[in-house]
Ligand binder design. Structure first.
Ligand code: NAP
Ligand code: ZN
Length: 428
């Protein structure tokens, strides 16, 4: 059984952004005919109203059925979300004001937001630069609900859109021209930043119901990727894809090691396999072995605490992608590289690494780092994921679970990314 729904107008998308996004995600919505079971299920999951029976429905009738009351006492502001007020990292309901839509802006109703370990570092001020109150979240996907007068050739109302780790760069410097806009000195981070293009307003992230962003820094999310699993591509995906491309660790037959099988690490494994490489996971967690091999498709698994297992893979890798978030000994990893091998550091432990110069020069090794990726390359990565059907393995949660999720992330207990269902659980 199917049901016809009148096409929502731009005005209706603006008035009912959340309900519009929920409806737009249903298969068939763009043609105006959806399965009755799908619509009924959406009303049951997200709404608190009921649908009239028989005949074509107006969008307003659908929106009213999908509507539900506030999920928390957020306070006053045009945007609601979850913030930590201090370095306790405790997240609680919070309201704030995003800017009004500018001519180059789009408004995105957030559908899902991933929880990156960087969010955890920052809510606890582990990098020493946190500003509070802080709404974290830089792995954002949702539906475009409003389009500024100069943004319409790029996005239209109803498009699936993503936001990664930054929301502005100057677009005029050498780095921006090279497509390395993530390194632009005027780059503005998605949260915990201050937006020079918006009177210095503090930026607040994706653990919230909407984002207003200049369309040039928003991404298109391929239609075949489920949004809940696509959200973490916006950081975990691009952060691993970009250095693999940049440092030439993307060639068929090369041997790659991925250290740390978490949000970033499991994406590095997927990209490595997508590029045709032989991938070894190096992990502190023996319990992750079975799934790494059988589900993620890694070729080998090495337990880093076992010296014998490490020695067995000495001098064998073209590259190592190190995603470990905590203090660990990188001098243990250098002997595993072939001559000319590269160790790419992606994790940001709070204190410095140490290693002996000799361990580099006798094999002409490179130790390098890499920060997320540029907008153009992020789009390239998303399109690659669309083509290869690559998404993140997620545990979907409601916002009420956020503090428990953070506690579990501290304990290295997540499979492999939490993805917050914003449409269901962050409702004004
Ligand atoms: P995550 O999901 O928590 O994964 C980190 C992994 O590191 C864990 O799954 C664990 O893997 C390993 N690990 C944890 N504690 C360890 C310890 N004490 N010793 C050795 N290994 C340990 O974190 P994530 O979201 O992937 O982020 C990883 C790091 O990358 C964070 O520091 C984050 O801030 C940083 N990051 C950097 C960028 C960038 O642009 N460079 C972007 C995003 C995130 P095993 O159980 O397999 O050992
Ligand atoms: Zn991140």
């Amino acid at each position: 059984m199917s049901v016809k729904v009148a096409q929502p107008t731009a005005a209706e998308a603006k008035t009912y952004p959340r309900e519009y996004a929920i409806y737009s995600i249903l298969p068939g919505a763009s043609s105006g005919t959806v399965k009755s079971e799908d619509l009924a299920q959406a009303v049951k999951q997200f709404g608190s109203g009921s649908l009239p029976s028989g005949g074509e429905l107006s969008f307003e009738q659908v929106a009213k059925a999908l509507h539900k009351g506030s999920t928390a006492s957020f306070g006053q502001g045009n945007t609601v979300g979850y913030a930590t007020k201090d370095d306790s990292g405790h997240l609680e309901p919070f309201a704030f004001d995003r800017r009004e839509l500018g001519e180059e802006d789009i408004a995105i109703q957030i559908a899902y937001a991933g929880i990156c370990h960087s969010d955890l570092h920052q809510i606890k001020n582990e990098w020493g630069n946190s500003k509070f109150p802080m709404v974290p979240g830089h792995e954002i996907v949702g539906i475009v609900t409003e389009v500024g007068s100069k943004a319409g050739s790029h996005f239209k109302v109803g498009d699936r859109a993503g936001i990664g780790c930054f929301v502005r760069a100057c677009q005029d410097c050498e780095l921006c021209h090279l497509g390395d806009d993530q390194y632009c000195p005027k780059m503005v981070v998605t949260y915990n930043g201050s937006d020079w293009g918006d009177d210095g307003r503090p930026t607040q992230g994706g653990y919230s119901d909407k984002y207003i962003i200049n369309h040039k820094f928003a991404l298109k999310v391929p239609a075949n990727l489920p949004l809940v699993e696509a959200a973490p591509l916006l950081c975990a995906g691009i952060t691993t894809y970009s250095p693999m491309k940049h440092y030439g660790l993307d060639k068929k037959g090369q041997k790659l090691a991925v250290v740390g099988l978490g949000g970033l690490g499991h994406m590095a494994v997927k990209f490595g396999k997508g590029f045709g490489m032989e991938v070894t996971v190096i992990s502190t967690s023996p319990k992750k072995e079975k799934e790494a091999l059988n589900t993620l498709g890694a070729d080998h698994f090495v337990v880093s605490k076992d010296e014998a297992q490490l020695s067995a893979v000495a001098n064998s890798f073209d590259g190592i992608i190190d995603t470990v978030s905590a203090q660990h000994d990188i001098s243990q990893l250098l002997p595993l590289l072939k001559t000319n091998g590269r160790l790419i550091l992606l994790g940001v432990p709070p204190s410095p690494h140490s290693f002996a110069a000799g361990s580099l020069l006798f094999k002409r090794l490179t130790i390098a780092g890499s920060l997320i990726g540029g907008i153009k390359e992020t789009q390239e990565m998303l399109d690659f994921c669309g083509k290869e059907n690559i998404t993140c393995d997620v545990e979907e949660i409601d916002a009420s679970y956020l503090n428990t999720a953070m506690d579990r992330l501290v304990k290295n207990d997540v499979h492999y990314r939490f993805s917050i269902n914003v449409l269901n659980s962050i409702v004004a």
